[in-house]
Design a binder for this molecule. Sequence first.
Ligand SMILES: [Zn+2]
Length: 506
Amino acid sequence: MSYAKVLCVGLVGVTGHLVEVEADLAAGLPAVVISGLPDTALHEARDRVRAAVVNSGQRWPNRRITLNLLPATLPKSGSAFDLAIAAALLGGSGELPLLPLEGVVILGELGLDGTVRPVRGVLPMVAAAAQAGIARVIVPVGNAAEAAVIPGVRVRAVDSLHRLVAFVRDGAPLIEPPEATSTPAVDGPDLVDVAGQQFGRRALEVAAAGGHHVALLGPPGAGKTMLAERLPSILPELDDEAALEVTALHSVAGLLPPGGQLLRRPPFQAPHHTASVPSLVGGGSGLARPGAVSLAHRGVLFLDEAPEFSKGALEALRQPLEDGRIRLTRSGGGTVYPARTQLVLAANPCPCAQPAGDARCECSPLVRRRYLGRLSGPLLDRIDVQVQLMPVRAAELLASDGGIESSATVAARVAAARQAAATRWAGLGRRLNAEVEGPHLRRPPWRLPAGVTAELRGRLDSGSLSARGFDRVIRMAWTIADLDGRDRPDLNDVREALQLRTGETT
Ligand SMILES: [Zn+2]
C-alpha cells in the first residue's frame, strides 16, 4: 500500500475545520512535497516529522513522498498537523496498519526526538471534530484536559510518536485524560471591599446593567482601578455559548488555566499602557495569537492611564469596539477573532496626576485639555458613562462602615435589569441598552415624553450636549429605569443619566 489518509483539524480564527492529511509514496528520487496551501510552519513540519520518525526507531521511506492537506482552499496554520502527517506517512509506506485510526482525529506537534508537544487551540479543534460527527480524538498529553471539556468525544492522549505507533501496531494503551477538577474558580475581587465611592459604585452598576462602556476620570487614590477590577463580579456568568467562545479564544492564545473547565466568569484584561498594538489586537506568525481585546471578549477590557497609550494603540482599538470583532490581515489571508468587550478606561485629569484645582498642579488648561483630548476621537465618543471620581475621604470611609453591598447583591439587580432590557429590545434583535441605536430611542414607541427630556433638549439647543451625547443619556436613563424595575424612564432617571454623562454631581 502506498497511500494513506488521516484526519486532523485546522483552525480559521476560532473555528475548526476537518482536514484530511493524505500521503502518497511513489518510486522516484527521494523527496517530500507538501501541498494544500501550507504556511511556513508546515514546511518546517517536514523536517520535524522526518527527525521524529527516525528518532522513534521507525524506517524513513526513501521514496518520493507527496503530502496533501484537504480541503486545499482552507488556509492552514500552526504545528498541530505534525502527528497526523507522521501517521499518514507511516501508513502509506506500509509500516503501520492504520485501521485503528479510522475516523479518529489526530492533533499534535512533534519534537525532533519524537515527543508530542501541546498545541494552541485544541479546544475549538475538538469542538469542530465533535460537530463533524467525529467520536474519537487523540491529542497531546498536555492538551488532554482541555480536549475533555467537549462532551460527546472520547479523548485519548499521547506523549510520543512511539506511543501512537505502539497503539496502532500492538494495541498498547493510550493515556487517559485527567479527571476534570471540580474546584470552583477562584473568586475575583468583590465590591464589598470598596468603601465610600457611592457615585463610582453606581456608575459601575449602571454600566454593567446596560452594557455601557465607562470612563473613570480622577486623581490617583480615587479608586479607579479598584472599581474597574470589580466590574466582572457584577456581570452575569457566561452562558454555554459564550463560555465556549471565551474558552476557545484562551485556548488559541495558549492561556487556558489547568484543570479542563469552561471559563464561566466574564474575563478581565488590563494591558499596560506600553503594550504593543499586536498584544492589544492580536497577531504574530503561524496561528495568530488573539490580543487583549479578544481575550476580553464577553468580558471587560480595562485601559488604566488611558491617555498614556500610544496613538496607534488607541486607534487600533476603534474598529474592534465598533464591530465586536477584530480582523487581522496577514500574508496567508485574514484571521477574524471575536472582540465584543466592555471597555473601562481610567485617566487622571491631567498629566501631573493631581486632583483638579490642586495647588500642586501647574498644568495649563490647554495642557489638561490636550491630555484628555488624546482619547476623544477614537474612544471617548463611544463611551456612555463618563464620571469624575474624587479621592475617598476618611469621614466617608468611616461613615460607610458596615452596610456595604457585596458584588452578589448588585449582580442580582444587574441580571434583572438585563432581562428587562433583553425582553424589551427582542424585536430589534438587541439585548443591551448600549446596543440600541439612537433613532430607535427617538422614535415612537420608545420616544420619551417631552416633559422628561425638556432639560436635555435645552442642552442640545445651547450646544452643551451633542446629538450623540443626547442619545447616550437616553440610553442610560433606560438602564436606570430597568435597575429600578420600572418600564419607562422618568425625569429623575434622565437627570441621573445626565450626571453619569457629564460627571456633574450636583
Ligand atoms: Zn496638572
